[in-house]
Design a protein around this ligand. Structure first.
Ligand SMILES: NC(=O)c1ccc[n+]([C@@H]2O[C@H](COP(=O)([O-])OP(=O)(O)OC[C@H]3O[C@@H](n4cnc5c(N)ncnc54)[C@H](OP(=O)(O)O)[C@@H]3O)[C@@H](O)[C@H]2O)c1
Length: 260
């Protein structure tokens, strides 16, 4: 399978390509990248070009990983090939029309693709076959965990929830670190404490695979310091803040599709 990544010099395109090479989904000689301003030093054994049509012509699967604002100028003819967009907002119908193919997938990985821990929901246009689906699954299994979802609306919602998701534990960590420093802790100790607890919590979730509500209830049942903190955070509007933040991301994702 020959895979081409348009915008492969960027953050997400490089992360996906790195995961595909690490897991052996594709060999370097069958991987193509396009760049706009500067060819990076990464992936020296792959094919690099600044001509996106050349990339499309030498690939069986074309991954679109440019920013949504750059996509209207990307008039690449995919010639009926499988196109996988990881761009927020851009709709399946627009992608099919612009790239002259009926085989289009909209996927939404996240920044954790860099460490092969992305959650990637995706949805497909009518022309996508079972063989195409197997390819999409292989690509995003390499990046972490994937699910095919039913509608583009679910993708628009998940763009905020899981696409933006790695930012939210970071926001919590930032607030906790600021509080620790306000209580007199040295910055390196506060940073180590907070980063380690976020990683540890993630590993516990991964290993136990419990429903989050059960995890919270287990801590509440202890009736100790943790329960005191959880109750106060809930009373102060923790749940409301999450709902409002996700609603803002959802609305923005839908708006990005409307203007494409
Ligand atoms: N990063 C994430 O966590 C994340 C999560 C979910 C979805 N996404 C989606 O992934 C896409 C890429 O995001 P990113 O964070 O990787 O952005 P990024 O780091 O800015 O990468 C985009 C790359 O595309 C290149 N580019 C733009 N137009 C091009 C063209 N015509 N031909 C070839 N290359 C071109 C840019 O080149 P220049 O260097 O010249 O600008 C840049 O290297 C976005 O659509 C975003 O919605 C990202």
């Amino acid at each position: 399978m020959r895979i081409g990544v348009i915008g492969g010099a960027g953050w997400l395109g490089s992360a996906i390509a790195g995961a595909l090479l690490d897991t052996g989904v594709v060999e370097p000689r069958n991987l193509s990248f396009s760049y706009r301003s500067k060819r990076p030093d990464r992936f020296p054994d792959a094919f690099w070009t600044s001509d996106n049509q050349t990339l499309a012509d030498r690939s069986d699967v074309i991954i679109l990983s440019v920013r949504p604002a750059d996509w209207p100028d990307l008039t690449v003819d995919a010639g009926g090939k499988l196109v996988i967009s990881v761009m927020a907002g851009i709709r399946l119908a627009s992608l099919c029309e612009q790239h002259k193919t009926t085989r289009v997938v909209r996927a939404l990985p996240n920044a954790a693709a860099e460490v092969c821990k992305s959650y990637t929901p995706w949805t497909a246009s009518a022309g996508v076959s079972e063989a195409d689906r197997a390819v999409v699954q292989a690509i995003f299994d390499a990046c972490g965990v994937q699910d095919e979802v039913r509608t583009e609306r679910e993708i628009d919602y998940l763009t905020g929830l899981s696409g933006s998701g790695p930012a939210f534990p970071a926001l919590l960590a930032q607030a906790m670190m600021a509080d620790a420093i306000a209580h007199g802790l040295d910055r390196p100790v506060a940073q180590r404490a907070v980063n380690t607890l976020i990683v540890g919590a993630g590993r516990l979730l991964e290993q136990r695979d419990d429903c989050p509500a059960e995890t919270v209830q287990t801590f509440l049942d202890y009736r100790g310091t943790t329960a005191a903190a959880i109750q106060e955070m809930a009373t102060a509007g923790f749940g409301t803040a999450v709902v409002r933040g996700l609603a803002a991301a959802f609305q923005k994702s839908v708006r990005m599709g409307d203007t494409s």
